[in-house]
Design a protein around this ligand. Structure first.
Ligand code: T4K
Length: 376
């Protein structure tokens, strides 16, 4: 089997033509506004709110600071119910706010927080639920809202993976009290680093904007101990340019996902996620799950064999957040409490998917996975 000649990574950022960025840079150089709600920042907020169909959006320097700030916006404290099957930033944002994460297991079909396991984890100290729409797949948002309403809890979605993905024809970011996006280099829409909070009313948008700018509500008024988590003008300009290419890039990702689906579907022991009802995907990740007893190799053997052949997939999200030393001691972190998360974390590999990935290389990756299975 021919292996790809150069290393292929799980993702590669898409960038516009450099010449297209120069006029934006010239404008920044001319007007000398580099940050603090400058003209590109304002323009990007307006364009993103229209593009995503969300009422209010506030831009951030990155997704992690958006998460940390969101918890302050709603004055969340005590305990928050969350998922162990995510990037560490989800729980770290709680840690930075002195909040105890309470881990609840996920569903095997979506890899998202299992709503039916939330109620048993609620205590008098619980103030919010922080689910993650993993790989851009929507959580069971209606059921989560129902539970939150009964118990008087806030819902903050870590929607870092969901840019451009829809549920029931609406942006997935429209659900929950707040939703947080990441525009990191590795995301489907990138501003190099960047993030956002989406909210539903003007007063909350104001509070978010004060908090991301030290708490300033006027030249001499500080209304809360805010932080500096603002997006700068270079990032915002990049976002304006990137937005023009989002749909084309998403369609290229879709082609890649379709090839994976077609080529891998008859390999026994390799599962991938079925397309969820009422969902328009953004094709941000292509996770596969390896059942060792059927495929013949375990996940790490396949991961390493692919690596030897220049294919650098990633085991998102292994290890589980609950296995890291700072969380391991929590009662809810026990693997006995998290059997589904533990299983999928041990089976997952995210295969390369990004707009500039050649379709021939995608086919080569599929052939390698087929061949390893024959060799065992
Ligand atoms: N919540 C969730 C659910 C998240 O997934 C994330 C971030 C956050 C919150 C926090 O949002 P941010 O604060 O990051 O905005 C990456 C990203 O750094 C991280 O943003 C992302 N999730 C996570 C899932 O993946 P790593 O450690 O895998 O990144 P790295 O540097 O190994 O990149 C992966 C591959 O991408 C590299 O092998 C090569 C390629 N790459 C990467 C970068 C940064 C490039 O080709 N160019 C680049 O500039 O975490």
């Amino acid at each position: 089997m021919n292996m790809p000649e150069k290393k292929i990574f799980v993702t590669q950022p898409s960038l516009p033509d450099l010449d297209e960025f120069i006029p934006y840079l010239k404008e920044i150089w001319n007007n000398k506004i580099l940050t603090n709600n400058g003209p590109f920042h304002k323009m990007l907020e307006k364009e993103l709110s229209e593009f995503l169909g969300v009422p209010y959006i506030s831009l951030f320097a990155n997704g992690t600071l958006a998460l940390v700030t969101a918890l302050q916006v709603l004055r969340i404290s005590g305990e928050v119910i969350t998922t162990p099957y995510s990037f560490v930033a989800t729980s770290h944002s709680l840690w930075w706010n002195n909040i105890k994460p309470v881990f609840v297991d996920v569903e095997p079909e979506s890899c998202n927080l299992d709503p039916e396991k939330i109620e048993i984890a609620i205590t008098p100290k619980t103030t919010a639920i922080m689910p993650v729409h993993v790989y851009g797949n929507p959580c069971k948002v209606e059921r989560i809202k129902e539970i939150a309403d009964i118990y008087g809890l806030k819902v903050i979605y870590d929607a870092a993976h969901t840019f451009g993905a829809k549920y029931k024809e609406k942006s997935i970011c429209n659900f929950g009290d707040l939703s947080i996006l990441s525009f990191h280099a590795t995301k489907v829409f990138n501003t190099m680093e960047g993030g956002a909070i989406i909210c539903h009313d003007e007063a909350t948008k104001k509070r978010i904007d004060y908090l991301k700018n030290f708490g300033f509500a006027g030249e001499t008024i500080v209304m809360a101990p805010g932080i500096n988590s603002k997006m700068n003008e270079l990032q915002a300009a990049m976002g304006l340019l990137q937005l023009k290419y989002f749909v084309g890039n998403r369609d290229k990702r879709k082609k890649i996902a379709n090839i994976y689906r077609k080529e891998l579907s008859d390999i026994k022991g390799i599962k991938f996620m079925s397309e969820l009802n009422d969902t328009e995907a953004n094709y941000s990740y292509f996770p596969i799950f390896i059942e060792e007893s059927v495929y013949g190799l375990n996940r790490d053997q396949l991961y390493n064999k692919l690596k030897e052949n220049n294919i650098n997939g990633r085991r998102y999200f292994y290890p589980l957040i609950s296995e890291f030393s700072m969380y391991k001691g929590l009662d809810s972190a026990s693997p006995l409490n998290l059997p589904v998360s533990t299983k999928i974390a041990n089976e997952v590999i995210c295969l390369p998917i990004y707009p500039d990935l050649h379709l021939d290389d995608v086919k080569k990756i599929c052939s390698l996975i087929k061949d390893f299975n024959k060799l065992k």
